[in-house]
Write a protein that binds this ligand. Structure first.
Ligand code: MN
Length: 440
């Protein structure tokens, strides 16, 4: 999936004019998938690709343009209200459909006449989760995040000795993952202060985690590991992912078995899934700095060393309720890059997840863990930016934030940009905090 082909040609232009604007997240070289419908209708949710500020439904493209048989089969698999059946097909089918979509949407396509009137403006769309997520695993591959958080919890011993050998992860909760744009209710939980007795109450340390979500394509049979050499054949695509976290519930409950209710109240997955194929121009070598241990053999391959990592810029933006009411723009909290933040690659995560025999299934979600850069200002959570809340950050309007307040809208953004390639983006993954239910 990492070979370049005609769909990556930086000179390709779409007959949808907004796709040709230089900083559009969705030029014709991207073609990310979502599950959408016109907002406020009871239409069935269906699969579409973003093109500029519009959405082209896959079924509409298939109806407008006689597709090659392999692309037509893939379009039929995308005919339901989730992408799971398409995800299950694997790279040749995905690639055939991408080529057909690219040809239908590029300048000069005869499909324009039939397709143009049925495009849906993104401004008029609402989204469902792109997949029925059977299982969700959250990794912890952001080494600068792991080090910074470790320092807050264990000043003398920030990074545990397993970190540089094992891609650390835990099994998360799939049922509470919502599509970006849905409100996030502040959780209630057990919080332990200085008293010996914990209290049940609303979290006062609600935080976000800037992550990427890997969406799995074809799965593996129970007991049959996926070797790293073919691991990327199982990666459908990547979406922005916010693993909201309650930092006051977390330290009391997480030992000895790991994160639980501090994480499982909600996570937000962006509506748009950028395919692995679209990311091909932005692959980058997996390199370990001098003195770092080499991965064990099952986590190492020539392909992974050569191009296993991803060059993806990452940002977090905050709009408080007061800013919204004063018509002020959102403020950027951080900017970093996944290449600098991640200690492991997608192929390594898939190989490691299955090495013991665990089976992945189409639509499963692997969170990367918080992707923080080495510099403090590249941190992907407020826990890091505010030093556990002890050094609140000051916003341009004078407000301060240690953690998120009710009414805050947190938006994640990401994009890829490189010489010789067309810039592509991931859209946005937003959530607005609403007040907790009564703990009584
Ligand atoms: Mn996380």
């Amino acid at each position: 999936m990492d070979a370049l082909n005609e769909t990556h040609d930086p000179d390709l232009r779409s007959w949808v004019a907004s796709a040709n604007v230089g900083d559009s997240d969705f030029p014709i070289q991207n073609l990310p998938f979502a599950i959408f419908r016109r907002r406020g209708t009871d239409q069935a949710f269906r699969a579409g690709v973003a093109i500029g500020d519009r959405i082209a439904a896959v079924a509409d493209v298939a109806a407008a343009d006689p597709l090659a048989p392999d692309a037509a089969a893939a379009a039929r698999a995308a005919g339901g209200d989730s992408l799971n059946a398409l995800m299950a097909l694997g790279p040749p089918a995905w690639s055939a459909l991408r080529l057909a979509l690219s040809r239908a949407l590029r300048e000069g396509s005869p499909a324009k006449a039939a397709l143009e009137p049925v495009l849906v403006p993104q401004a008029d769309a609402e989204y469902a989760l792109p997949a029925r997520i059977g299982d969700y695993t959250d990794f912890y591959i952001g080494i600068h995040h792991a080090t910074a958080v470790g320092k807050l919890f264990r000043p003398d011993n920030p990074l545990l000795p397993n970190y540089k050998w094992v891609p650390i992860g835990y099994h998360g909760r799939a049922s509470s993952i919502v599509v970006g744009g849905q409100p996030i209710r502040r959780p209630v939980g057990q919080i332990k202060g200085s008293s010996d007795i914990p209290v049940l109450g609303p979290s006062r340390k609600l935080d976000y985690e800037l992550e990427l979500g890997l969406l799995i394509g074809p799965g593996n049979a129970l007991g049959e590991p996926i070797p790293i050499e073919t691991a990327e054949d199982h990666l459908f695509g990547i979406a922005l992912f916010n693993d909201w976290s309650a930092r006051d519930i977390q330290p009391w409950e997480y030992q000895p078995l790991g994160p639980f209710l501090a994480k499982s109240f909600s996570s937000s997955l962006a509506p748009w899934v950028v395919t692995a194929e679209a990311l091909a121009p932005f692959r980058t070598p997996f390199v370990r700095a001098a003195g770092e241990p080499a991965p064990l053999a099952y986590l190492d391959s020539a392909g992974n060393r050569d191009r296993g990592a991803l060059d993806i810029y990452l940002e977090a933006w905050l709009l408080t309720d007061a800013m919204r009411r004063a018509d002020l723009p959102a403020v950027r909290l951080s900017r970093g890059n996944a290449r600098d933040a991640a200690y492991w690659t997608p192929a390594q995560l898939i190989a490691h997840h299955t090495v013991g025999g665990c089976n992945l299934r189409p639509g499963d979600l692997l969170g990367s863990g918080t992707l923080s850069g080495a510099p403090a200002e590249e941190a992907g959570s407020l826990l890091e930016l505010s030093q556990g809340g002890t050094q609140p950050i000051t916003l341009p309007n004078g407000e301060t934030r240690g953690f998120l307040e009710d009414g805050d809208t947190l938006t994640l953004r990401a994009w890829c940009q490189r010489e010789g390639a067309r810039r592509i983006g991931f859209g946005a993954c937003s959530g607005t905090i609403v007040a907790a239910r009564s703990a009584a």
